[in-house]
Design a protein around this ligand. Structure first.
Ligand SMILES: [Zn+2]
Length: 469
């Protein structure tokens, strides 16, 4: 038996501590799967365990990349994690993955899905010189509408696949067409069938190489978690969050001053606890005596709290709508155990004791209990998540004619038509008598492949994104 333990969970649920507890008991080594914790330094911003808290357990991929590096793409993570898993096993120890970034864990577990997505969304593999290409085909520099229209002509399948606001993906598909003379949709279909025939020829899939898997989901109910996260931000500030943030800020200023271009849309620049304090740091530099400073600092703290809570919510949504449906497809759902970390005072009984017992049985190849029988929270949340992921599994493409928005999953569509914003638009339209009193439900259009679908909406409804935070 080649066992592997994987721990999912949102920020603030205690998964890093839990991983250390398992590693000390079962002779394990930990592989970090948190995109921000991969960066060197910044222990406060990224909530890294201190050396003392790591208790001598090796932590791989933790603090291993420089601040100016991009976060790893999923392919890279997969490669490194797979290598580490076999190295740890060669030392006759138990590999334990813990994240943070479900995008990485899913990438490792569900093989081709995310890798395929990554290939499709970055034109690099197909288009060698994009500048040259757009000189030759000026439409690529044109307005998004025109690009979409052209794509619809040459490759309607791809035109339907992307959300109309997703200019980048739409342009990429058109670039591929111009660069290769072939439809992107044909290229992808070919790739897919090649991969499928590989599977049919019984090449061992990478997941089989992962061995026997036990999955944990550390979960805390919303209100309790929000409160805990707020307190944690206060504590981070006491522990010197602002010094760390200033360090990052100064580093950024130095790079900008030396004329470098810095892509602020990813990596450490997007970390929670940095962005939120930028206005404060800017003011601090310009007028260190300003009376505004205190206000800006307080605003930074509040924004950091809000962003942290939103991030935790996003992590749970990812679990519910992506990881759980993939686990089901891969027939791994019965290996997912939710541990309830809602009440921090009961952490030892609810998380530690139950988790350790499950791991012990798993490693001894004893029978495991049903996941829904672990706790009341486990029953509630798992049942609810499976139901929601069912809903989401229904591919759709729906357009709200009132708001002029497109939705690619049932879940996003449902969220939208029940949103305050949508009702407001409908009410306003009725007032202007543009619609009869009983408006017909907006039309549903063609179905699209959910694997590539990404929900999009602007405004209040939350949308899901497959990019690492
Ligand atoms: Zn609407």
């Amino acid at each position: 038996m080649k066992p592997l333990i994987i721990i999912y969970g949102s920020t603030g649920t205690g998964k890093s501590d839990f991983a250390v507890e398992l590693a000390t008991r079962f002779n394990g080594e930990i592989i970090n799967a948190d995109a921000m914790q991969m960066y060197k330094g910044l222990p406060i911003i990224t909530n890294k365990l201190t050396a003392k808290e790591q208790r001598g357990i090796p932590h791989h991929i933790l603090g291993s990349i420089e601040l100016d590096e991009d976060p790893w793409v999923v392919t890279r993570f997969k490669r490194e994690a797979t290598r580490l898993i076999s190295e740890i096993r060669a030392r006759e120890k138990l590999p334990i993955l813990v994240g943070g970034t479900s995008y990485y864990l899913d990438g490792l577990l569900f093989d081709n899905k995310l890798v395929e997505k990554e290939e499709q969304e970055s034109p690099e593999g197909w288009v060698s010189n994009r500048d040259q290409l757009s000189d030759k085909y000026p439409i690529l520099k044109g307005p998004p509408d025109a690009i979409l229209k052209k794509l619809r002509e040459v490759d309607p399948v791809m035109a339907d696949r992307w959300h109309p606001n997703d200019t980048r993906k739409i342009r990429t598909s058109l670039e591929i067409y111009f660069a290769t003379g072939r439809r992107a949709s044909d290229i992808y279909a070919e790739q897919r069938s090649r991969r499928e025939s590989k599977v049919a020829n019984q090449d061992p899939t990478p997941r089989q190489n992962l061995g026997e898997i036990l999955l944990f989901w550390l979960y805390a109910r919303r209100e309790a978690l929000d409160e805990r996260l707020d307190k944690r931000v206060d504590k981070m500030v006491q522990n010197g969050l602002l010094d760390e943030t200033k360090e990052v800020y100064d580093y950024l200023q130095r790079r900008l001053a030396s004329g470098e271009t810095v892509d602020r849309s990813k990596g450490i620049w997007q970390s929670i606890g940095f962005r939120q304090f930028e206005p404060y740091l800017q003011a601090l530099k310009e007028t260190p005596e300003s009376s505004e400073l205190r206000k800006l600092k307080q605003a930074g703290i509040e924004d950091t709290k809000t962003a942290t809570r939103q991030y935790a919510k996003y992590q749970v949504r990812w679990m519910t709508y992506k990881t759980i449906s993939s686990l089901r497809e891969e027939k791994l759902l019965d290996r997912l155990y939710l541990l309830d970390s809602t009440d921090i005072h009961r952490w030892n009984e609810e998380v530690l004791a139950k988790g350790v017992e499950l791991a012990r049985r798993f490693l001894n190849d004893e029978q495991l209990p049903l996941a829904v029988d672990i706790s009341e929270t486990a029953r509630d949340v798992l049942t609810d998540s499976v139901q929601k992921s069912n809903q989401q599994a229904t591919p759709c493409r729906k357009t709200c004619d009132f708001c002029n928005k497109v939705f690619l999953t049932e879940e996003l569509w449902q969220t939208h038509i029940h949103s305050r914003k949508h009702h407001k638009v409908v009410r306003a339209a009725k007032k202007r008598s543009l619609v009869p009193a009983h408006y017909a439900p907006p039309r549903a259009l063609v179905a699209v492949d959910t694997h590539m679908s990404e929900g999009h909406s602007s405004g209040n409804e939350s949308s899901t994104s497959l990019n690492p935070p």
